[in-house]
Structure formats: structure tokens, C-alpha cells
Write a protein of this length. Structure first.
Length: 302
């Protein structure tokens, strides 16, 4: 399918919420959507950084509507409050579940709710947020949810063995497992939405190997040092900027031809044009998806 990421179809009149949009892939996705005419809400943990990101987007898209909302996805009380605020919007055409811990702590840490921090931030908080917002999404016909996966999901065997990593913890396993859980959730959500006859779609996208040093400089948002620029440039054969990492995410959200359950990523896996790709079997297994859903509900129920 032909798709030009620099010429996104007009998104005028549409409203999107992007979690963790103050930096990285989330920021560039929000900026690309705003330039295309969408109203965007940056749901972020840090108010100051969210405001800086909003100002930067307004420079790029002076006629767009850009709002901010406090959301810490690792904190279930914050998730509930943010979901209530989002539910008050006149419409919600799409939600990008982007926020996450990219560099997990060396030692195991827990959230305010007592859940392993990477699991809580990358997966469980978004599971709770999306489920709270399903009635809101249903009010806008054709709404979409885009879950942010990762190539790291390919490097772990199971999303179910030890959800909270209580038996053994290392930072790489925590990240990779959380991303496999996100992908599994996205495809299970698709199955449930289709079974219910919903007009809401669930898609998964992965941004490739996207780094800040290859991304455009944005004052107050992305200001890599010369050393960072140099180091990331050495990875240029297989890496790309986070602006390009946003391409598969934005395509999943806006491509009129895309369908629920589709998976988008770079054409060369770690970099390249955004195309529809084949997800890994572990993330699409319906038995794993259903069990993960049930266990997540049990954790949220306390």
C-alpha cells in the first residue's frame, strides 16, 4: 500500500490523545498529527516538559489545538483521573499508548501501587487506561487505539511466566517482557472488539531502533549533545531518528486503509518507511492474550 508519511491525510476535526508525548516518538507523533490538522492532547507525567512540548508543536502547527493533561501511567489513581478528564472531551478519535520506561532501573523497583515499575508503566497502566476509555472511544465512530510495541518483544519468550519479575529481575528482561505484554494486549483487544461488533479498532506499531541523536533538534524537547549526536550517528546504518520512529505509529492511527489487528513497523525492521508487517507469534497467540488479560484484571482488582 502506498503511503507518504510526510503527507498525512487531513486530520482536521479529529482529536487524539498521546501518552508520554513530551519527548521521543510520542512528541513527534503528536507534532505530525497536529501539522495534519488534528487536535492533540499530550498526556504526560511532567507538567513543565508537557508545556514545552506543546509550545514546540504550536510553532510547527500554529492553527492546531494542543492541550496537556497530567498522567503518570505507573500510578493507577493518576490513570483513573486522566481517564475521567479524557472522557469529558467532545470526541476521541484515537489514543496512542506510547508512554513508557525506555531505560529500566538496574534493580527492581515498584510503583506506588506496589507493581514492578516497568510492568506498571509500560503495560499495566495502559491496560487500565484503555479499558476505562473504551466507552468514550465507542462514542466516536471509527476510533482507534494504537499500542506501542518494540523489536525488543522478539527477544523474550513469554509474557506470562513472571509478570512482576519477583523471582528474577534484570532491566533488559523487564523492558522486553513489558513490550511483549503490550503487543499481546493489543491483539487481544482487537479480538474482543471484533467479537463485540465494535467500531473501535486496535492496532500495534513498533518504531524500530529510534534514537535521539538522529532526531531533529527541538528546543526544550530534544537537545542532544555533540557527543550524543556523534555516538548515534555511528549507528546510522541500522538506526533512525525518533521523528521517523513515529511514522508507523501515525500510519496505524490515520491510514484509511488500515484495519483492526494490523501491525506496522519500519520496512527494514529497525529503520525505513512505515509498512504493514507480520507480528511475532508470541504476541498474537489468543491463549496467551486471554490469560494475560485475566491476570491483569485480577491485579487491578487487588
Amino acid at each position: 500500500m502506498s503511503w507518504n508519511p510526510r503527507r498525512i491525510p487531513s486530520q482536521s476535526g479529529r482529536t487524539f490523545v498521546i501518552t508520554g508525548a513530551n519527548a521521543g516518538v510520542g512528541f513527534f507523533a503528536a507534532a505530525q498529527l497536529a501539522v495534519a490538522g488534528a487536535s492533540v492532547v499530550l498526556a504526560c507525567r511532567n507538567d513543565e516538559r508537557a508545556d514545552a512540548a506543546a509550545r514546540a508543536i504550536r510553532i510547527r502547527a500554529p492553527h492546531s489545538s494542543v492541550g496537556t493533561l497530567r498522567l503518570d501511567v505507573s500510578d493507577l489513581a493518576s490513570v483513573a483521573a486522566a481517564a475521567d478528564a479524557i472522557a469529558a472531551l467532545p470526541r476521541l478519535d484515537g489514543l496512542i499508548a506510547n508512554a513508557g520506561v525506555v531505560h529500566p532501573p538496574r534493580d527492581r523497583e515498584v510503583s506506588l501501587d506496589g507493581n514492578e515499575l516497568v510492568f506498571a508503566t509500560n503495560y499495566l497502566g495502559h491496560f487500565a487506561l484503555v479499558n476505562r476509555l473504551l466507552p468514550t472511544l465507542e462514542r466516536t465512530k471509527g476510533a482507534r487505539v494504537v499500542l506501542l510495541g518494540s523489536i525488543a518483544a522478539r527477544l523474550t519468550r513469554s509474557a506470562l511466566d513472571d509478570l512482576q519479575l519477583t523471582d528474577a529481575y534484570d532491566s533488559w528482561t523487564a523492558y522486553a517482557q513489558s513490550k511483549l505484554e503490550v503487543e499481546s494486549f493489543g491483539f487481544e483487544l482487537d479480538r474482543r472488539l471484533r467479537a463485540a461488533g465494535s467500531s473501535t479498532s486496535a492496532l500495534v506499531a513498533q518504531p524500530g531502533y529510534s534514537v535521539g541523536g538522529l532526531s531533529p533538534r527541538v528546543p526544550g524537547v530534544n537537545e542532544p549533545s555533540r557527543g550524543k549526536r556523534f555516538g548515534d550517528a555511528l549507528q546510522g546504518l541500522w538506526a533512525q531518528g525518533k521523528d521517523r520512529g513515529a511514522w508507523p505509529v501515525v500510519r496505524a492511527l490515520t491510514d484509511p486503509a488500515a484495519r483492526s489487528g494490523w501491525y506496522f513497523g519500519p520496512s527494514l525492521l529497525t529503520q525505513g518507511a512505515p509498512i504493514r508487517r507480520q507480528p511475532i507469534r508470541a504476541s498474537t497467540d489468543p491463549v496467551i492474550g486471554a490469560r494475560l488479560w485475566e491476570r491483569s484484571e485480577a491485579i487491578l482488582a487487588g
